[in-house]
Design a protein around this ligand. Structure first.
Ligand SMILES: [Fe+2]
Length: 207
């Protein structure tokens, strides 16, 4: 059976996300970052539409989501792709990918400019203010939390050096547990409704 993330990836217009990376970064990232960025982009765009954002704004959120981890390209691969648990010092290095990405993309001069930089810089902030920079995400534009919740969900469904890929139920349970801390109760409810109502996703998982 495929991993769920493999299946989700098939939903994404792969060529489009690759074009986004070439346009804004000039090259493609490592295949694992590229594949996850496809899934995060696709689901962020779909969730935004589901929440009532316009087609244009949802697409812009999808573009920003595709590039959310771009700063990791500037870090040492032996830390980014380490196959065992990160040391506290290595984790501090990983945390820099937010501002490195925002800085790398600061020369974007189109209507996605602000979204891309904000998503790169702020996607690890939390509702309760216990994220990387300690900014409560309730003070930030909602689209940042949209990308953030999708990012956490996709990470839960993915294999990591410190864990196996979780099942859909386990991943959704994890999101539920983060309600009121990492994410607002309202966003978690919306997200769970979005996933449970996503027939295409349900069909692929069942298959
Ligand atoms: Fe990140």
């Amino acid at each position: 059976m495929y991993e769920i993330v493999d299946l989700l990836e098939k939903l994404m217009d792969s060529a489009l996300v690759e074009q986004i990376w070439i346009k804004y970064i000039g090259k493609l990232p490592n295949v694992s970052i590229l594949n996850e960025s496809k899934t995060v982009a696709r689901l962020s765009e779909q969730l935004s539409r589901d929440m009532g954002y316009s087609i244009k704004m949802s697409r812009q959120i999808g573009i920003a989501a595709a590039l959310h981890d771009a700063g990791k390209m500037l870090l040492a691969p032996e830390i980014v792709y380490k196959q065992s648990k990160l040391t506290p010092k290595e984790f501090e290095v990983i945390k820099t990918h937010t501002w490195l990405g925002a800085n790398m993309l600061s020369n974007v001069h189109d209507d996605t400019n602000k979204l891309i930089q904000n998503v790169c810089l702020l996607h690890h902030e939390k509702w309760n203010g216990e994220g990387y920079m300690g900014i409560p995400s309730c003070c930030l534009p909602e689209y940042i939390s949209i990308v953030a919740i999708v990012d956490v969900f996709v990470a839960a469904l993915s294999k990591r050096s410190y864990k196996e890929a979780w099942t859909l139920d386990t991943a959704l349970g994890h999101i539920q547990q983060l309600s009121g801390s990492h994410f607002s109760h309202e966003l978690v409810k919306t997200f769970l409704r979005f996933i449970s109502g996503n027939k295409q996703l349900q069909f692929l998982i069942a298959g």
